[in-house]
Design a protein around this ligand. Structure first.
Ligand code: KIV
Ligand code: ZN
Length: 514
C-alpha cells in the first residue's frame, strides 16, 4: 500500500469557522490529541494574524514532538519572519505559504499580473527556504486556475526550493473528475514534480470535499489536508476521519493507507466538537451519534444475526466504547489519576488536585461519573487556567413563575477585582440572567445562537451550554457547564465575554484572516 501523509488544519482553517475562537490552552489540548491520532503534519495557526495565534503556534511547536508543526504565512516577508519566530523551536519547522493563481483572484483580489504572481511566489519561497528546511507552497484557488499557468508557476516554485506543492480547491467548486485530472496533469507536465510531495486541500461547498480528496489520491497526491469533523470556513474542509476510514475500509480499491490511529478518532472528534462548540450532526459519517445506530427492524435483525450485513465500520474501529462508566463517590485519588491519564491528559500535581476536588464535588450530586463528565471537569480547568484578567460569576439567583416577570440577581467579580451586583428582568430565566450580566459588564452584546445539551444521559446529567454572540461587534463563541442549566448558561455567556477581553489584551499584532 502506498502511504498518504495527513496534514491536519483543524487549528488554522478549522478555526476559521464563523464564531470559533480557541485560546492557547485549548489549541494545545487539541494539538496533543492530534499527535495521539498520528497526524503527520499539523497546521497550528497563522502566526502573523494575531498575538494570540502567534503564542499558540509557538507553544504547540515547543510541545509537539511526533508530528511536524507548521504555520501559515502570506507570501510577505513579515509573515514568514513571524512564522519563523513562532516555529523555530519545533522538531521539524515547516512553513506553509500561499498565493492565488486563478484569474479571478489575481485580477480582483491581488491586482497582480500572472508574471508578478510568479515572481512573488518564487522570491518568497526562496526567502522562506533560508529559514525553514521544509516549505509548502499553495496555489490558492488552483482548481479555477489555468492549468498551463499552474504548470509554469509550480515548476519555478519547486526550483526555488519548495518541498511540498499544494493545489487547493479553495471555494469547493471542483468535481472529483476535474480535480483528479488537475493532479494527473501536474504529474505529467511539471518536469521536476517528483522532487516534491503533492498535496490536496478541499473545501466542501458542494459536499464533494472528501470525494475530491480521494480523487486526488488516485491521481498522484501524496498528502491530504483537512480538518477533524470537517470544520472550516463556510461549509468546511474535507473531514480527515472520513478519508482515513474510507481508505482503510476500501483498501481493496484505493490501495493507499495513512498513519492515523483510527481508535483515536472518536476522542479527537469529541474534543474538537466540545472546544469549538461546533456540534457533530447525528448523521455525520464515521463520528455522528447515529452512524452506528440501526433503527429498522429488518436492519436490527440482520445485525444481530451477522453484524456485517449492515455494518461496514465497527464502532470499536473508531474508538467508540459502549460502556464508559468510570468512577463514583468511593473512587480514590489513585483511581482518578489513572482514569485521567487513560483519557490522555497530563496534569501537574496541583492541577490533578484541583481536578480531583471538582470530581469529588460532582460525586456529591451525581452518582455515576462518566468519561464525558470528567471531560467537562478537565476542560473547565483549562478554561479557568487562562491567566488573564476576567469576569468571574460569584453568585446568581433567578425568580421564575408562570405569572411573574422572570428576574435575575447576579454578582460578578470584574477583571479589576471589584465585586459588582445587579438585578434585571427578561422574557425568560436565561434572558433575565443575560440582560443582567450585559448591564454589569457594560459591553454591547448580541446573542446570535444558544444551545443547551446534557452531558450523557440521566436526570442528574450535567448541562452544557454553547453560545454564539457578538461583543462590541466582535463575533465570539462561549461555552459553559454546570449541574444546572441556568448555571451552565451563565458560564457560557461570561466565557464569551472573557474570550473577547483576552483577545483584546493579547492582540498587539493586527488581526488578519485568509
Ligand atoms: O483553501 C485554501 O486555499 C487555503 C489556503 C490558505 C491554502 O486554506
Ligand atoms: Zn482552505
Amino acid at each position: 500500500m502506498a502511504h498518504i501523509n495527513i496534514f491536519d488544519t483543524t487549528l488554522r482553517d478549522g478555526e476559521q469557522s464563523p464564531g470559533v475562537n480557541l485560546n492557547k490552552l485549548e489549541k494545545l489540548e487539541i494539538a496533543k490529541q492530534l499527535e495521539r491520532l498520528g497526524v503527520n503534519i499539523m497546521e497550528a495557526g497563522f502566526p502573523a494574524s494575531s498575538q494570540g495565534d502567534f503564542e499558540a503556534v509557538r507553544a504547540i511547536a515547543q510541545t509537539i514532538k511526533d508530528s511536524s508543526v507548521t504555520g501559515l504565512a502570506r507570501t510577505i516577508k513579515s509573515d514568514i519572519d513571524a512564522a519563523w519566530d513562532a516555529l523555530k523551536d519545533a522538531e521539524e519547522p515547516r512553513l506553509h505559504t500561499f498565493l492565488a493563481t486563478s484569474p479571478i483572484h489575481m485580477t480582483y483580489k491581488l491586482k497582480k499580473t500572472p508574471n508578478e504572481v510568479m515572481e512573488t511566489a518564487v522570491e518568497m519561497v526562496k526567502y522562506a527556504r533560508k529559514k525553514f528546511p521544509l516549505v509548502e507552497w499553495s496555489a490558492e484557488d488552483a482548481s479555477r486556475s489555468d492549468l498551463d499557468f499552474l504548470v509554469s508557476v509550480v515548476t519555478k516554485v519547486i526550483d526555488a526550493g519548495a518541498t511540498v506543492i499544494n493545489l487547493p480547491d479553495t471555494v469547493g467548486y471542483t468535481t472529483p473528475e476535474e480535480y483528479g485530472y488537475m493532479f494527473r496533469y501536474m504529474k505529467e507536465n511539471v518536469p521536476n514534480i517528483d522532487k516534491v510531495a503533492l498535496s490536496a486541500h478541499c473545501h466542501n461547498d458542494l459536499g464533494m470535499a472528501v470525494a475530491n480528496s480521494i480523487a486526488a489520491i488516485e491521481n498522484g497526491a501524496t498528502q491530504i489536508e483537512g480538518t477533524i469533523n470537517g470544520i472550516g470556513e463556510r461549509a468546511g474542509n474535507a473531514a480527515l476521519e472520513e478519508i482515513a476510514v474510507a481508505l482503510a475500509i476500501r483498501g481493496d480499491k484505493y490501495n493507499h493507507s495513512t498513519n492515523l490511529v483510527l481508535q483515536e478518532i472518536k476522542r479527537t472528534s469529541d474534543l474538537v466538537s466540545k472546544l469549538t462548540g461546533m456540534n457533530v450532526p447525528g448523521n455525520k459519517a464515521v463520528v455522528g451519534q447515529n452512524a452506528f445506530a440501526h433503527e429498522s427492524g429488518i436492519h436490527q435483525d440482520g445485525v444481530l444475526k451477522e453484524a456485517s450485513t449492515y455494518e461496514i465500520i465497527t464502532p470499536e474501529m473508531v474508538g467508540i466504547k459502549s460502556n464508559n462508566l468510570v468512577l463514583g463517590k468511593h473512587s480514590g485519588r489513585h483511581a482518578f489519576k489513572d482514569k485521567v491519564e487513560q483519557l490522555g491528559y497530563e496534569l501537574s500535581e496541583d492541577k490533578m488536585m484541583e481536578a480531583f476536588k471538582a470530581f469529588k464535588q460532582l460525586t456529591d450530586r451525581k452518582k455515576e461519573v462518566t468519561d464525558d463528565d470528567l471531560f467537562v471537569i478537565l476542560m473547565n480547568l483549562q478554561t479557568d487556567a487562562v491567566n488573564a484578567p476576567k469576569y468571574e460569576l460569584k453568585a446568581f439567583q433567578v425568580q421564575y413563575g408562570s405569572s411573574n416577570i422572570p428576574t435575575a440577581t447576579v454578582a460578578l467579580k470584574t477583571p479589576e477585582g471589584i465585586h459588582v451586583e445587579s438585578a434585571g428582568t427578561g422574557q425568560g430565566s436565561v434572558e433575565a440572567i443575560y440582560n443582567t450580566v450585559e448591564a454589569l459588564v457594560q459591553e454591547e452584546i448580541h446573542l446570535t445562537d444558544y444551545q443547551l445539551k446534557s452531558v450523557g444521559s440521566g436526570r442528574d446529567a450535567l448541562a452544557e451550554a454553547h453560545v454564539q454572540m457578538t461583543v462590541n461587534g466582535i463575533q465570539v463563541s462561549g461555552r459553559g457547564a454546570g449541574q444546572d442549566v441556568l448555571e451552565a448558561s451563565a458560564h457560557a455567556f461570561l466565557n464569551g465575554v472573557n474570550r473577547v477581553l483576552f483577545n483584546q489584551t493579547h492582540s498587539k499584532r493586527k488581526s488578519v484572516h485568509v
